[in-house]
Design a protein around this ligand. Structure first.
Ligand SMILES: C[S@@+](CC[C@H](N)C(=O)[O-])C[C@H]1O[C@@H](n2cnc3c(N)ncnc32)[C@H](O)[C@@H]1O
Length: 293
């Protein structure tokens, strides 16, 4: 039996960026987000960023891309910067990177997350979604979907624990992605290993109002600020609009530990006011003395 997921994760020839994007865009994660990404989403930002990167004191060594989905746009970003003389190391994070393929007999396979939460079914050559949409409540299709999920999740989790599952990474197989470090990481959880490292952080199509509460956005922004390499570091927050282009804002972290706007595309980021309103960290007198000498 041939499974679509096998052609994405294991085929000897890498799938095209489009085939990958189509496959991953249909995966709905446990927290309700889709692994949705598309190549060439950020062309409007690419050229605009360059003068700010060139003007930065101290070069560009480490870049962090947050909520990258498969990382296809991270690859594009890294390649773009490389073409323009910036040879930065790239770290890419997402809440859901690790997944598992579990065979159920000869004709069925499930792609699930580490807790056995189903992300895609394949049955007799048909690929099916495990998640429900609004229409399913009218047609009653939600019922078999909910029952299947409830029954399967413990079984899939057990298969993972027993080593009867194939571990896969929901990241692009483009060869250029090999130099990118992918980390499964929650932007809501402060991660000491990321602190103070990055001269540029991009948060694209993740810090969305309506998806996260104002408190969560503030928490994520506080974490992001702690990952920046101090004043002069840059933060790009952007969201791709319905009609292709982006609404986003480029910020710089100032000596006052506050973000300031450097540039905008479209209508600017919808979380601009959250970023500008982020209170400076309270630093101890000792740290202050050390900083000012
Ligand atoms: C719409 S995709 C954006 C992908 C890519 N940045 C782009 O713009 O094409 C949003 C991604 O954010 C990830 N995500 C959701 N909540 C997250 C969290 N708390 N921490 C890190 N990533 C998260 C999702 O798994 C998903 O892959």
């Amino acid at each position: 039996m041939k499974f679509l997921a096998d052609s994405i994760f294991f085929s000897p020839i890498e799938p095209s960026a489009k085939a990958e994007a189509d496959f991953f865009a249909r995966l709905k994660m446990r927290n309700g987000t889709f692994k949705m990404t598309r190549p060439s989403r950020f062309q409007d930002w690419e050229e605009r960023l360059l003068p700010f990167l060139r003007a930065r004191r101290g070069g560009l060594e480490d870049v962090l891309d947050i909520g990258v989905s498969t990382g296809v746009t991270t690859v594009e970003f890294a390649e773009h910067l490389r073409r323009h003389g910036f040879d930065a190391r790239f770290t890419a994070t997402d809440l859901f990177i690790d997944a598992f393929l579990v065979r159920l007999g000869r004709h069925a396979q499930v792609l699930c997350d580490g807790d056995g939460w189903p992300l895609r079914y394949e049955l007799f050559g048909l690929s099916m979604r495990p998640w429900t949409r609004r229409l399913d409540y009218l047609t009653m299709a939600f019922l078999p979907l909910a029952i299947a999920r409830k029954r399967l999740q413990p079984r899939l989790a057990q298969a993972i624990r027993a080593g009867r599952a194939h571990r896969v990474q929901m990241t692009t197989r483009l060869p250029q992605a090999r130099s990118i470090e992918f980390i499964q990481n929650d932007i809501m959880q402060r991660t000491p290993a990321l602190e103070g490292r990055f001269e540029l952080v991009r948060a694209a199509n993740i810090l969305n109002v309506g998806y996260f509460s104002a408190d969560e956005i503030a928490q994520a922004l506080g974490n992001i600020r702690s990952y920046l390499a101090g004043s002069g570091s840059l933060l790009l927050v952007t969201r791709t609009g319905e009609a292709k282009g982006n609404n986003g804002t480029l910020f710089e972290l100032g000596d006052d530990d506050r973000f300031h706007i450097l540039d905008r595309v479209g209508q600017g980021s919808e979380v601009e006011s959250h970023v500008l309103g982020l209170a400076p960290k309270v630093i101890s007198l000792d740290t202050h003395r050390r900083r000012v000498g």
